[in-house]
Design a protein around this ligand. Structure first.
Ligand SMILES: NC(=O)c1ccc[n+]([C@@H]2O[C@H](COP(=O)([O-])OP(=O)(O)OC[C@H]3O[C@@H](n4cnc5c(N)ncnc54)[C@H](O)[C@@H]3O)[C@@H](O)[C@H]2O)c1
Length: 250
């Protein structure tokens, strides 16, 4: 897909990886709709790029909120061609801790709800709009998992389950959407140097960097964004999960 003048929704677009993807898509000449709970830097980016990017206050877990905003994007920009899901979070809790007791069930359910159900909620409604597009290739979906979908650590039961769910639903969705001409792929980042990660104490960060094979550093949000453009641009890439992790195995 040539991204020039295409329209991309980016959930979590006010965050580290989503914002980098928004900038990369703008640089390709695409228009960007940021779906996030908070505006963050999306407001400043919209001021610097009038008519090219807009922030929509969105909770990805809400059917009504997402449906209304998807309709608004089509009204504002005319279509939806790409759906990038970055909204997510990963609070840590052990399955059982002798100090804190069993993992709070509502916390487990909330992580699944935002990371997995929220991703599916947005993509299913975006696909409805993609189906109205002209041409053979009608749309591209890019979901964000994590290497924790395979290599989850202590305290990551909920997060890893949510990310494994994102990977697990990819092939059936690719099959469901093949007749429409919509592709779906997943990026599974390793440790990325987002602003939040870079704000951690330096010795802690260096400890993490030692786990990476090569290049021996955290990934850059721009490298995530580069892959998010390459996935859209390569028409034969479908149903795949790509680790973007410097060969880290945690
Ligand atoms: N940064 C990393 O090292 C890393 C590694 C692997 C995977 N990931 C995944 O990449 C994605 C983006 O990570 P990030 O580092 O940019 O995180 P981030 O916290 O900087 O951004 C996440 C964004 O999602 C938004 N969000 C959270 N819940 C939402 C909801 N219910 N509705 C709408 N928006 C919501 C937040 O407001 C935030 O702006 C996440 O899914 C994360 O799990 C990140």
């Amino acid at each position: 897909m040539d991204l020039q003048n295409k329209v991309a929704i980016i959930t979590g677009g006010s965050g580290g990886l989503g914002m980098a993807a928004a900038k990369a898509y703008l640089a390709k000449g695409a228009k960007v709709a940021v779906f996030d709970l908070q505006e963050g830097d999306a407001g400043a980016l919209a001021e610097a790029n009038p008519g090219q990017i807009k922030y929509y206050e969105t909770n990805v877990t809400s059917e009504e909120n997402v449906a209304a905003n998807i309709n608004q994007v089509v009204e504002d920009f005319g279509a939806i061609d790409v759906c990038i899901n970055c909204a997510g979070f990963g609070p840590s809790a052990k399955t059982y801790s002798s100090r804190k007791g069993p993992h709070p069930l509502d916390q487990f359910q909330n992580v699944i709800n935002v990371n997995l159900v929220g991703t599916f909620n947005v993509l299913r409604l975006a696909v409805e709009k993609m189906s109205a597009n002209e041409g053979e290739e009608k749309g591209v979906i890019i979901n964000t998992a994590s290497v924790a979908y395979m290599d989850g650590q202590k305290g990551q039961a909920a997060y890893s389950a949510s990310k494994a769910g994102i990977v697990g639903m990819t092939l059936p969705i690719a099959r469901d959407l093949a007749e429409l001409g919509v592709r779906i792929n997943v990026i599974a980042p390793g440790l990325m140097g987002t602003p939040a990660m870079m704000a951690m104490p330096e010795d802690f960060r260096q400890g993490l960097e030692r786990l990476v094979q090569y290049p021996k550093r955290l990934g850059q949000p721009e490298e995530f964004a580069l892959l998010a453009t390459q996935i859209a641009e390569n028409p034969y890439l479908n149903g795949e999960t790509i680790r973007l992790d410097g060969a880290i195995r945690m």
